[in-house]
Design a protein around this ligand. Structure first.
Ligand SMILES: O=C(O)CCC(=O)C(=O)O
Ligand SMILES: [Mn+2]
Length: 206
């Protein structure tokens, strides 16, 4: 049996992985009232679309909705589908600024996911596409329903899990994506809708 740890009962920033990467969890990055307001602004102010992926050679459409936002000169392909970016909205720019001063890193893109129910999640993957700057952290912000998130080591398959709370920040530092996959688990328990934002740094095409 692989060990699963549920580590986030404490309020302090927590270190999630024991090796081959660095992930910290910051539970109250945003207060409850800030999170509520940001959730509404992001839900109403962006052009949410169903995501398209290539799976087993076929194009499938997810029930989860997505928005990809980036500086205008960037393009990004994942799961076999090239994404066209939307422009930064005012709330998103505010979030980006707060995050950048906290992390000491600049981001130039953000993937947003909207999970309507617990039966929407995201399968095992790592964010290691060639377009992504491998030296940049990936910062994951969560607004809305609390959901379980797991890491799985690519070689020894060890796992680490935690719950991502409303208003929380999960900061994944290099080389986490090289050694670990992650997933957002589906749940049968009733949960509120959730918006997740992953801020990334994409390399400019040379
Ligand atoms: O919703 C989440 O917490 C995970 C999202 C994610 O892994 C991604 O967008 O790459
Ligand atoms: Mn991811």
């Amino acid at each position: 049996m692989k060990q699963i740890s549920l580590m986030n009962d404490l309020d302090e920033a927590l270190t999630i992985l024991s090796k081959d990467g660095e992930v910290t969890y910051h539970k109250d990055f945003y207060s409850g009232s800030e999170s509520k307001q940001l959730f509404e602004e992001l839900l109403k102010g962006l052009n949410w679309q169903f995501d398209e992926l290539i799976m087993f050679g076929k194009k499938i459409t997810t029930t989860r909705k997505v928005v990809w936002v980036a500086d205008s000169d960037l393009s990004y392909t994942y799961s076999g589908v090239k994404k066209n970016p939307q422009e930064w909205s005012a709330p998103l720019l505010g979030i980006k600024q707060k995050l950048e001063s906290f992390c000491g890193h600049q981001f130039n893109s953000c993937l947003l996911n909207l999970y309507h129910h617990g039966d929407e999640g995201m399968g095992w993957h790592s964010d290691d596409e060639k377009e992504l700057d491998q030296n940049s952290p990936i910062a994951s912000l969560s607004f809305g329903g609390r959901r379980k998130f797991s890491f799985r080591h690519k070689k020894d398959l060890s796992k680490a899990s935690l719950f991502l709370d409303d208003g929380s920040l999960l900061l994944m530092q290099p080389p986490t994506q090289t050694y670990w996959q992650h997933t957002l688990l589906k749940t049968k328990v009733a949960v509120e809708p959730r918006i997740n934002l992953t801020f990334r740094k994409i390399n400019h095409a040379s």
